[in-house]
Design a protein around this ligand. Structure first.
Ligand code: 13P
Length: 249
């Protein structure tokens, strides 16, 4: 049995008062919910969100792979550990595309996070052009393997998030069938790379315009174990509906 996860990626949104309200409401809401709820605020609010956490976990949106050094503006895994942070988003397409993160950096970050006994939420996904050219499988396989192939992982050390770039922030969600097809493929790649048992236990989240209307059908697919939610995670009532949808998996 894979426990579903719903992670809210606030991206560069929110405020201290928003964080306080969200933490309080999610602590109440998630108390008896059979879903792992994860909140991923901007780094300046991470300490606040982590300290308030009772019935959810906190995730950093990014990390640097070096232990320390002259990397202005960056945060190390040790600093995240210091906060008690459990998860780290790694390889989000906005980091790859806007901030030019390459696959080697993504792999180094995954390794650093795992080494620090935190769990990477590894984001992979194809562009619209790649999908149209029939390259979606090759792209996600390459992104996945380049990030994990040098590691010995167990299922609780990795969460994968499939986020087709054409569905992020566009209002265009992958259909449940499209998403399921890729999720099943990703699980197959994990089985080849690691083991069938490990693949069966690894949570694979869907991300890309998940909202209160689409969540239930997406999450009802056999290989979709919850969601990585952007815009809708900023609307508390919608986010709760999405979390509840995952509880019914
Ligand atoms: P949206 O839900 O806003 O499309 O964002 C998805 C995402 O990028 C989550 O990491």
């Amino acid at each position: 049995m894979r426990k579903p996860i719903v992670a809210g990626n606030w991206k560069m949104n929110g405020s201290g008062s928003f964080a306080a309200k969200m933490c309080e409401q999610i602590n109440l809401f998630a108390e008896n919910l059979d879903v792992e709820v994860v909140l991923s605020p901007p780094s300046v609010y991470l300490s606040q969100v982590q300290q308030a956490a009772k019935n959810y976990s906190a995730a950093a949106q990014n990390v640097h792979f070096a232990a320390s050094g002259a990397f202005t503006g960056e945060i190390s895994v040790a600093m995240l550990q210091d906060l008690g942070c459990q998860y780290v988003l790694v390889g989000h397409s906005e980091r790859r595309e806007i901030f030019a993160e390459n696959q080697q950096w993504v792999a180094d970050k995954v390794a650093a996070v795992v080494d620090a006994t935190m769990v990477p939420i590894l984001c992979i996904g194809e562009t619209l052009a790649q999908r149209q050219q029939g390259e979606a499988h090759a792209v996600v396989k390459q992104q996945l393997l380049s990030a994990i192939s040098s590691l010995q992982l167990s299922a609780d050390q990795l969460v994968v998030a499939y986020e087709p770039i054409w569905a992020i922030g566009t209002g265009e969600t992958a259909t449940p069938e499209q998403a399921q097809e890729i999720h099943k493929y990703i699980r197959g790649v994990l089985a080849e790379q690691l083991s069938a048992e490990m693949a069966n236990k690894t949570r694979i989240l869907y991300g890309g315009s998940v909202n209160a209307e689409t969540a239930a059908e997406l999450f009802s697919q056999p290989d979709i174990d919850g969601g990585l939610v952007g815009g809708a995670s900023l609307k508390i009532e919608d986010f709760k509906i999405i979390c509840s949808a995952a509880a019914n998996i």
